[in-house]
Design a protein around this ligand. Structure first.
Ligand code: ADP
Ligand code: ADP
Ligand code: MG
Length: 681
C-alpha cells in the first residue's frame, strides 16, 4: 500500500479522500490555488503546496505542476477526485510516465468513454442498449437536422465531449433545429474545446439510473448496485438515492451485468459509473460512462457498507477487490442532497459570497463501514468549506453533501427532512429551503420519480412568499433590542434595556417603538414592510403586529439562541445578524428579515438606471446586439457564462441599445454594467 498520496483536487472531495487516507495510515499532500490558501482541504492534509492562481486553468488543471509536486514531496500516487483532471487521459498517462500511480482507470479507458459518440459506438458493439439517435462523424447542420427529423421530435442535442449537464439542448421542432445546434456547439466549444454533437431521441418522463462498477487490475469486475439520480435541475443532479425505488432484483441484475459488460469492453480499472436513462416501464438505455468516482458515491457506500475511496486505493496498489459480487448485498436506504450556494427562485443562479455562519446538523461522525460492514451513520456530511470561507466564482458552488441512511426509504426521508431543517447558513443564498420542500413534497415522498419532477411540480416547489410569522418577527425584534443593549453604554443602556430592569425604568408610563422589517412578502404590504410595535410597560413588554397585541418575554438567551414567550406560546430560535439582515431560524424554517433602520439610508438614491448589469461574475460568450440597435422586450442581448452555466441577459422592455461595454471573451465582475440601454418612451 502507498504511504503517501497527492490529492489533485479541492473542496469536499479532497477532504473526503483525505479522511480515508488518514484512516488507512496514508499521508496526504494537498495542492491549492491562491484562492484556497485558507481552505479546508489544505488544513486536513498533512502537507500542502501552492500550485498557482485562482483560475482552475492556472492551478487545478496544471497537470505538469501537480506531477512535479507529487515527485518533489515523495507521493507515490495521485487521486484526481472528480471534475478537473479526473477524466483526462493525457494526465493519467503522464502520471504513469513519471512513475506515479494514477488512482483511476487507464488513459485508454477514459479515451474510449470520453467521447459520448465514440462510447456509444463501442456500446453498440458490446450489445448494450442505446437510445435511438445519431452519433456519427457527420456534423453538417442540414444532415443532422434530417437525422433529427428521422428520429422524431423532441430530440436532445448533446456535446459529445460534454459533462456536468452542460452542452445540451432539447429541440421540439424541425424549425428550431439549426438555431439550437449553433447554440449547443457554441457552448460545447467554449466548455469542452470540441464542438462535436450527437442527436438522441429525447425520452419523456425518463429516470436516470446509474450503476456503480468497480474493477481491479486482476480482471475482477463487480457492480455495487444502482443509484437513482432522477431528481435534477438543468440536467444536473439534486437528490440521489440508493437503491432505486421500484427496482426489481431481476432488472438490477440486468442493468448491473450491462454495466459490467460496458466496463469490460474498455478494459476498465477502478471506480466508474455507467449511467442509464430508463423509461417508466423499466426499459433502459446506456447514456454514458463516468470514468471516475462520482459525487453521489456516498449513497452506495452507505447501503453496501463499503468505503469506495479505500477500494480505489487498494485497487490502485494492485490488490484485488475487497468483495465479490455475491458478497455485495443492499442494506437499508440512503439519500444524498447536494447543498449548493445558489438561488432556486432565480433559476438556480449560483450565489457568490462568504459563509458568514454555518451550522450543520449533528452529523453522526464520518465513520465508514470499511470492509468490515459496520452499520452506516444515520447522517453524514461531506463538506469542503468551513464558516468564514468564500464561495468564489472560480469553482463549483457546492457547500456540502448531506447523506442520510435509514432502515428503509421512509426512515431515510424523515432523517433527511430533519437534517435539512438543522442546517443554518448565513451569508449567501442556498437551496436548503427548496430541498426541504422537494423531499417533503408528495412526488418525491411517494417516489413518483422522473427527470422532470422539479419542473412539473414548479408551483408547489416555488410557493408564493408567505408572511413572516409573528414568532419570527418577535425573535428578530428581541435580537435587535438585545444587540442595541450591548452596543449602548452608560445612561443610554438603561433606556434600551427593557429586560433587566423593566420595572420602573421609566417612571411616567409606557414607551413604544415601531420597528420595521421587510422581506419579499412584505413588499406587497401597505408601506412595504412589517410594522412591529414594541411597547415597554412598567410591568413588561408588549408586541403588536397588525393590531394584535401580545405580551412578550425573553426567557433565555445563549449566544444566538433565544427562547421567548409570546402571548401564551413559548418558542425557540436562532437569530444571526448579517448587517441589516436578521436571519431567523425557527420551527425548521429560515426567515430573512431586513431591518429598515431609520438612521441608515438617509440620502441614498436608487442605483443608476438604464444599465443592464452582470448577474454574477463570469465571461461574455456572445454579444447579440450592436450599439444603436432597436430591440424588443425579451431580445437576447448578451450571453454570459459562469459556473458551468450560460445566462442570457435580455432586453427588459422595448428600447434602444446605446452602448455595448464588453466583447466576447471578456471577464466581467459581478454587477458590472454590460450595456447602456434606453427604454422606449
Ligand atoms: P456526477 O459525479 O454526479 O455525475 P457532475 O457530472 O455534475 O457529477 O460533475 C461532477 C463534478 O465534476 C462537478 O461537481 C464539477 O465540479 C465537475 N465537473 C463536471 N463537469 C464539468 C465541466 N464541464 N466543467 C467543470 N467542472 C465539471
Ligand atoms: P452529462 O455528461 O452532462 O452528465 P448525460 O448524457 O449523462 O450528460 O445526461 C445528463 C442528463 O440529461 C441525464 O441525467 C438526463 O436527465 C438527461 N438526458 C440525457 N439524455 C437524455 C435523453 N435521451 N432523453 C431525456 N433526457 C436525457
Ligand atoms: Mg451524466
Amino acid at each position: 500500500m502507498f504511504t503517501k498520496i497527492l490529492i489533485a483536487n479541492r473542496g469536499e472531495i479532497a477532504c473526503r479522500v483525505a479522511a480515508t487516507a488518514r484512516r488507512m495510515g496514508i499521508r496526504t499532500v494537498a495542492v491549492y490555488s491562491e484562492a484556497d490558501a485558507g481552505a479546508k482541504h489544505v488544513a486536513v492534509c498533512d502537507e500542502a503546496v501552492l500550485i498557482g492562481p485562482a483560475p482552475a486553468k492556472e492551478s487545478y488543471l496544471r497537470g505538469d505542476k501537480i506531477i512535479e509536486v507529487a515527485l518533489a514531496t515523495g507521493a507515490q500516487a495521485i487521486h484526481p477526485g472528480y471534475g478537473f483532471l479526473s477524466e483526462n487521459a493525457e494526465f493519467a498517462e503522464a502520471c504513469e510516465k513519471a512513475g506515479l500511480v494514477f488512482i483511476g482507470p487507464p488513459g485508454s479507458s477514459m479515451r474510449a468513454m470520453g467521447s459520448k459518440s465514440a462510447a456509444k459506438q463501442l456500446m453498440e458493439a458490446a450489445r448494450v442498449p442505446l437510445v435511438p439517435g445519431y452519433h456519427g462523424e457527420n456534423q453538417d447542420p442540414e444532415f443532422l437536422r434530417d437525422q433529427a427529423d428521422r428520429i422524431g421530435y423532441p430530440v436532445l442535442l448533446k456535446a459529445s465531449a460534454g459533462g456536468g449537464g452542460k452542452g445540451m439542448r432539447v429541440v421540439e421542432r424541425s424549425e428550431d433545429f439549426v438555431a439550437a445546434l449553433a447554440s449547443c456547439k457554441r457552448e460545447a466549444i467554449s466548455s469542452f474545446g470540441d464542438d462535436k454533437v450527437l442527436v438522441e431521441k429525447y425520452l419523456i418522463r425518463p429516470r436516470h439510473i446509474e450503476i456503480q462498477v468497480f474493477a481491479d487490475k486482476l480482471g475482477n469486475c463487480v457492480y455495487l448496485h444502482e443509484r437513482d439520480c432522477s431528481v435534477q435541475r438543468r440536467h444536473q443532479k439534486v437528490l440521489e438515492e440508493a437503491p432505486a425505488p421500484g427496482m426489481t432484483q431481476h432488472r438490477r441484475a440486468d442493468m448491473g451485468e450491462a454495466a459490467v459488460a460496458a466496463a469490460r469492453a474498455v478494459g476498465y480499472v477502478g471506480a466508474g459509473t455507467v449511467e442509464f436513462i430508463a423509461n417508466q416501464d423499466g426499459s433502459f438505455y446506456f447514456m454514458e460512462m463516468n470514468t471516475r468516482l462520482q459525487v453521489e458515491h456516498p449513497v452506495t457506500e452507505m447501503i453496501t457498507g463499503t468505503d469506495l475511496v479505500e477500494w480505489q486505493l487498494r485497487v490502485a496498489a494492485g490488490q484485488p477487490l475487497p468483495k465479490k459480487q455475491h458478497e455485495l448485498a443492499i442494506h437499508g436506504h440512503a439519500i444524498e442532497a447536494r447543498i449548493y450556494a445558489e438561488n432556486p427562485e432565480k433559476g438556480f443562479l449560483p450565489s457568490i459570497g462568504t459563509l458568514r455562519h454555518m451550522d450543520t446538523p449533528t452529523a453522526v461522525s464520518f465513520e465508514l463501514g470499511g470492509t468490515g460492514g459496520v452499520e452506516p451513520a444515520a447522517v453524514r456530511i461531506d463538506s469542503g468549506v468551513r464558516e468564514g470561507d468564500a464561495i468564489s466564482p472560480f469553482y463549483d458552488p457546492m457547500i456540502a453533501k448531506l447523506i442520510v441512511w435509514g432502515a428503509d426509504r421512509t426512515q431515510a426521508l424523515a432523517r433527511l427532512s430533519q437534517a435539512l431543517s438543522e442546517f443554518q447558513i448565513v451569508g449567501l443564498a442556498t437551496n436548503i429551503a427548496f430541498l426541504k420542500r422537494l423531499v417533503e413534497g408528495e412526488a418525491f415522498a411517494t417516489a413518483d420519480l422522473d427527470t422532470g419532477l422539479i419542473e412539473r411540480h414548479h408551483a408547489s416547489l416555488f410557493p408564493a412568499s408567505k408572511a413572516a410569522p409573528a414568532g419570527a418577527l418577535a425573535l428578530a425584534a428581541v435580537a435587535l433590542i438585545e444587540a442595541e443593549k450591548q452596543q449602548s453604554s452608560g445612561a443610554s443602556r438603561a433606556a434600551a434595556d427593557p429586560w433587566g430592569q423593566a420595572q420602573g425604568w421609566r417612571l411616567n408610563g409606557d414607551y413604544r417603538r415601531l420597528l420595521s422589517f421587510s422581506d419579499e412578502h412584505a413588499a406587497g404590504l401597505e408601506g412595504g414592510a412589517y410594522k412591529v410595535g414594541v411597547t415597554y410597560h412598567p410591568q413588561g413588554w408588549e408586541l403588536d403586529i397588525e393590531g394584535g397585541k401580545q405580551p412578550l418575554t425573553l426567557l433565555a438567551r445563549a449566544g444566538a439562541a433565544y427562547s421567548i414567550r409570546l402571548g401564551e406560546q413559548s418558542m425557540h430560535g436562532n437569530v444571526r445578524r448579517d448587517g441589516e439582515l436578521f436571519h431567523v431560524f425557527t420551527n425548521g424554517e429560515h426567515h430573512t428579515l431586513s431591518y429598515n433602520d431609520p438612521m441608515a439610508h438617509a440620502g441614498e438614491t436608487e442605483a443608476a438606471g438604464g444599465r443592464l448589469t452582470a448577474p454574477m461574475p463570469g465571461k461574455v460568450v456572445a454579444v447579440m446586439v450592436e450599439a444603436g440597435q432597436e430591440v424588443k422586450k425579451g431580445t437576447p442581448l448578451v450571453i454570459m457564462e459562469a459556473m458551468k452555466m450560460e445566462h442570457t441577459i435580455a432586453a427588459p422592455g422595448d428600447g434602444l441599445v446605446e452602448e455595448v461595454l464588453y466583447a466576447v471573451g471578456d471577464q466581467v465582475a459581478d454587477g458590472a454594467p454590460l450595456l447602456a440601454f434606453k427604454a422606449a418612451a
